[in-house]
Write a protein that binds this ligand. Structure first.
Ligand SMILES: [Cu+2]
Length: 203
């Protein structure tokens, strides 16, 4: 499985200018064509362990409200309440915004996510994505259908989706309705190499 890094290293660094710089550049490009490119490609394809987000575990009583799991079957149940009116102008999950709530699930586990919308809220949607600039689900099925459009959940309702987190990543549990994620309506969702499912906060 290919891991997309947020900032990939540039294969060729900028050359200094000055007299003779064109000649040097030509040699550099020619040399890269002969050998440098294949060496660079080999480096980029080497798997790099991802840096997961550190989180302080929530108290057990709070965790059990939102996350439960069965280690024998490697299944996780996640309950996300969207749009609590008393935090971040309603743009939150479980009262947290802008990644401060951290959900961690080991790779290979199967997650059932409940997307509940607060009875006093407007509509919201739920998706697990790899970053802020995509509406593509991070894993097959890791979203409500049509999360930017008709897939929204109205006040007081719940919709559910189930998926398998089959590779490590650090991504987001986000509401993809226009403007909501930008307003802070996302939690950190990460898939770890090992361990147990957990839910915590960054502060
Ligand atoms: Cu929303």
């Amino acid at each position: 499985m290919k891991i997309v890094m947020p900032n990939s290293a540039k294969a060729v660094s900028a050359q200094r200018g000055g007299v003779g710089s064109w000649a040097r550049l030509l040699i550099v490009v020619w040399g890269a064509a002969l050998s440098g490119c294949s060496a660079g490609a080999a480096q980029l394809s080497t798997p790099t362990p991802i840096a997961t987000v550190a989180a302080i575990p929530l108290p057990a009583a709070q965790t059990s409200q939102w996350l439960s799991f069965d280690a024998a079957t490697k299944t996780v149940s996640l309950s996300m309440l969207a749009g609590r009116p008393d935090a971040n102008n309603g743009y939150n999950f479980n009262g947290y915004s802008s990644g401060s709530l951290v959900i961690s699930v080991p790779k290979g586990w199967r997650i059932t996510a409940q997307c509940k919308v607060d009875p006093l809220s407007g509509a919201h949607s739920c998706s697990v994505v790899r970053g802020p600039d995509t509406a593509q689900p991070a894993f097959p099925g890791s979203t409500l259908p049509d999360p930017t459009g008709s897939g929204f959940v109205t006040a007081g309702d719940t919709k559910t989706f189930t998926f398998t987190a089959d590779a490590p990543m650090v991504g987001r549990f986000a509401c993809l309705l226009t403007g909501h994620q930008a307003a802070g309506m996302w939690a950190t969702f990460q898939v770890t190499d090992s361990g147990q499912p957990s839910i915590g906060t960054t502060s």
